[in-house]
Design a protein around this ligand. Sequence first.
Ligand SMILES: Cc1cc2nc3c(=O)[nH]c(=O)nc-3n(C[C@H](O)[C@H](O)[C@H](O)COP(=O)(O)O)c2cc1C
Length: 164
Amino acid sequence: MKEINASEISKNMIQMIKKDWMLVGAGEDKFNMMTASWGMIGHLWNKDVMNVYIRPQRYTYEFMETNDTFSCSFFDDSYRDALKLCGSKSGRDIDKAEACGFTTNFIEHAPVFDQTVCTIICRKIAVYDIDPSQFIDASIDKNYPLKDYHRVYTGEIIKVLVKD
Ligand SMILES: Cc1cc2nc3c(=O)[nH]c(=O)nc-3n(C[C@H](O)[C@H](O)[C@H](O)COP(=O)(O)O)c2cc1C
């Protein structure tokens, strides 16, 4: 893997997040990760940032709450089944890294996997909850039949690693 600046990411990030999906992970001594297809990358508060959206019932939520950094990991298509598993099983019940055959390391106290094509490591700088009273388009609420509004984690991008 080689390190690049966030502004050097040449991939189409909308496609990578919505179509290829990513794993959002946090923790070190104990860690967890889950599949996410909602997220944002951009520039805010004079920093390169990434937003991830985690519903409160996810096991990953507990790790996002208690750790200062998190990782967003992107894979090629051959890991689609692994991402499906990480998006349907909870780390409360299985060891997802082992089930997926991932080799895990830790950078900036966040989990990174040898199998990725791109890893973005973020330092948590802001946390806020989606507030339905602020929806202008009422149809957004259809995403929340359980009223389990996401918590938004804004992370400053501190490291971007891409496959050579
Ligand atoms: C394609 C896909 C995208 C997902 N995107 C999100 C997301 O952005 N936010 C979220 O909270 N859950 C999302 N999920 C659901 C979690 O990945 C899923 O509930 C997972 O099992 C949670 O694992 P955990 O309990 O180990 O954290 C997504 C699932 C899939 C399959």
